[in-house]
Design a protein around this ligand. Structure first.
Ligand code: ADP
Ligand code: ADP
Ligand code: ZN
Length: 213
């Protein structure tokens, strides 16, 4: 099962992809997570990606297509994968198509998780992530039992450097200009499923499971 989760920053792609990955036993491939790891490790890709990520702009298609091309060839993707945060431009979607065709693969579902821009700013400024295990939290909607401590592993929660109000507004502008057209690209190729990401997290999860089957 090869899935694409689309949606604006803060819609809940990462939250849901982690749960779906666990339930269906297929990996979550988040280009954002991979790029943050590269920045942290100071790799050549990380050095190239850093400035765009800090400002809320997009990293070049060549970099992210390269990362995903390598990643989907790994053994744990043999039964499928969830693309979270990729493709973000029509160019990336076209490159993905080519890579999949070359490997005899296809996308089974493109799912658009929608949310209103106004809700997304507080979703993102309130987002916290466990620095140790990666579990996601929100200061209001999914607060840990002890402030800033992960319920699952006891790790410290961190706030992403790009989760400021100013950067979020930039990311939303970039989303509407460059990523929303990707939905039309997939609409033109067939069906795309829409799930209302403003619903409770568990309701969103159930809706996704109903689509995936
Ligand atoms: P994305 O990966 O699409 O950027 P995340 O999954 O990281 O989004 O979610 C952004 C923030 O919103 C997180 O703090 C998360 O806990 C919270 N969140 C996710 N889904 C919901 C929801 N359905 N209702 C309320 N808050 C949510
Ligand atoms: P969110 O879903 O909360 O917007 P991500 O973790 O998916 O955040 O992405 C963080 C940043 O990483 C983006 O603002 C962008 O700079 C970069 N990035 C992630 N995925 C891509 C991609 N497919 N193409 C270009 N840049 C990307
Ligand atoms: Zn943790």
């Amino acid at each position: 099962m090869n899935l694409i989760f689309m949606g604006p920053p803060g819609a809940g792609k990462g939250t849901q992809a982690r749960r779906i990955a666990e339930k269906y036993g297929i990996p979550q491939l988040s280009t954002g997570d991979m790029l943050r790891a590269a920045v942290k490790a100071g790799t050549p890709v990380g050095l190239q990606a850093k400035a765009a990520m800090e400002s809320g702009g997009l990293v070049t298609d060549a970099i992210v297509v390269g990362i995903i091309g390598d990643r989907i060839g790994e053994a744990d993707c043999a039964n499928g994968f969830i693309l979270d945060g990729f493709p973000r431009t029509v160019g990336q979607a076209e490159a993905l198509d080519t890579m999949l065709t070359e490997r005899g693969l296809k996308i089974d579902q493109v799912i658009d998780i929608t949310a209103a821009d106004e809700a997304l700013v507080s979703r993102i400024t309130g987002r916290r992530t466990c620095g140790k295990c990666g579990e996601g939290y929100h200061i209001e909607h999914k607060a840990p039992a002890v402030e800033n401590v992960c319920d699952k592993c006891g790790g410290a929660l961190v706030t992403r450097a790009d989760d400021t109000e100013e950067t979020v507004r930039n990311r939303l502008t970039v989303y509407h200009a460059q990523t929303a057209p990707v939905l039309n690209f997939y609409r033109g190729k067939g069906e795309i499923k829409v799930v209302d990401g403003m619903q409770d997290m568990n309701v969103v999860f159930d809706a996704l499971c109903a689509i995936i089957g």
